[in-house]
Design a protein around this ligand. Structure first.
Ligand SMILES: Cc1cc2nc3c(=O)[nH]c(=O)nc-3n(C[C@H](O)[C@H](O)[C@H](O)COP(=O)(O)O)c2cc1C
Length: 372
């Protein structure tokens, strides 16, 4: 049982969510994290000037750690949409404004670093350079073709490390590596998209984890031992929402243990519904298991405070947080990522803390259309 300070919340039931948390040198005022969410508003990869105010509003609204959406590292096809933000070249001054703006509001901000691999956008067919992936495939049912060369792999690892070093120098408070949802790092993890028989592939997850491990090691070298590094992981893939490559806790441990050793301080475990058990014999979710098996911190996500999941169409309202709070209080996970509810209402955290649930703005698809 974790013990929580009662100083921060005015609604006593929400105290566990508003207890401070420390990870490496980073002191967070509470457990609410804005989940990484890409916004399709960055033509040519350059975020708009009002990104600073958009992120700052969440900090002002009481979010403990504001995460950016996925940002493409400096590889030609790291980004799979012409309107998604990158984290290199001319985009960097805008990101500096975002960091400064959040800090000016006494907030904390983390950066999500990403490489799409071979998940491309079928609507735009945007391919700014050669597509990079372990075995030249996105869809599991296609035959493998030319995958990344040794040079491509080395350069991609180096690009992750450079981006991380830059982010730290700019003042970001944490970095999350996108190792989930079937994008590049996850394409190496997943046997359906990694058909290599060299040292970057293999029959076991432990073998296929090598690329992710090397990315983490290089990043850890770039940012030093004290900087908080998160990794986002998931069972599900954009290519197959029902994918379940991990079937037992032992497999999960074999996968995550070496990643923890390589430098991951916190596993951000992506589920669409946080209350769903990972294995049938326990009610614990993926974040619970990641924490238990690695001893690292973990973050849960998935329909927190909303009456419907990611695929739901139509208006969603506030859903009670009792089960979330119970799990947090029991120490199942440490942080809670909130996605769509925070797009709908920048003051979500503040309103929850103050027991003003009735004032929360509902979520509908239209809230994704503007930077509100
Ligand atoms: C508009 C939108 C963009 C998203 N972009 C990203 C992203 O860039 N990186 C990522 O890891 N997840 C992304 N996600 C997934 C969210 O981080 C989160 O896991 C998901 O929305 C479930 O949380 P929720 O139910 O609280 O919304 C996105 C979700 C939405 C709604």
């Amino acid at each position: 049982m974790t013990s929580f300070s009662t100083a921060n919340a005015t609604n006593p039931e929400m105290e566990p969510l508003f207890a401070p948390f420390k990870i490496k040198g980073l002191e967070l005022p509470n457990r609410v994290v804005m989940s990484p969410m890409s916004r399709y508003v960055s033509p040519g990869g350059i975020p708009p000037a009002d990104f600073a105010a958009y992120h700052r509003r969440r900090a002002e609204g009481g979010v403990g750690l504001v995460m950016t959406g996925a940002t493409g590292i400096a590889r030609p096809a790291s980004n799979n949409d012409p309107n998604l933000a990158v984290f290199h070249s001319e985009a960097l001054p805008v990101w500096q404004d975002v960091v400064d703006s959040v800090h000016a509001a006494s907030g904390k901000i983390g950066l999500q670093l990403w490489h799409a691999g071979s998940v491309w956008n079928r609507d735009t067919d945007f391919r700014p350079g050669p597509i990079e992936s372990p075995s030249g495939i996105n869809d599991p049912w296609l035959p493998a073709s030319q995958g990344m060369s040794e040079n491509d792999i080395a350069d991609t690892i180096a690009a992750f490390a450079t981006a991380a070093g830059t982010a730290k120098a700019m003042g970001f408070d944490a970095i999350e590596i996108h190792g989930a949802h079937g994008f590049l790092i996850d394409q190496f993890f997943w046997k359906e998209t990694n058909r290599r028989n060299d040292k970057w592939g293999g029959e076991t997850l432990a073998e296929r984890a090598r690329f992710g491990i090397e990315v983490m090691r290089a990043i850890r070298r770039a940012v030093g031992p004290k900087f908080p590094l998160f990794m986002r992981i998931s069972q599900w893939k954009a290519q197959d929402y029902s994918a379940r490559p991990i079937e037992t806790p032992a497999e999960l441990e074999m996968w995550l243990g070496p990643l923890a050793d390589a430098g991951v301080d916190l596993f951000h475990c992506s589920q669409r519904r946080f209350w769903e058990p990972e294995f049938e014999f326990s009610e614990m979710n993926l974040a619970g298991w990641a924490k238990k098996l690695t001893g690292r911190a973990s973050m849960t996500v998935g329909s927190v405070g909303l009456t419907g999941d990611f695929f739901h169409r139509g208006q969603l309202r506030h859903a009670a947080l009792d089960d979330l709070i119970r799990r947090l209080e029991a120490g199942e996970f440490d942080l809670v990522a909130v996605g769509r509810a925070l797009l709908a209402d920048a003051a979500w955290a503040e309103k929850i803390r103050e027991g003003r649930e009735a004032e929360l703005k509902p979520f509908g698809r239209e809230v994704q259309e503007t930077l509100r």
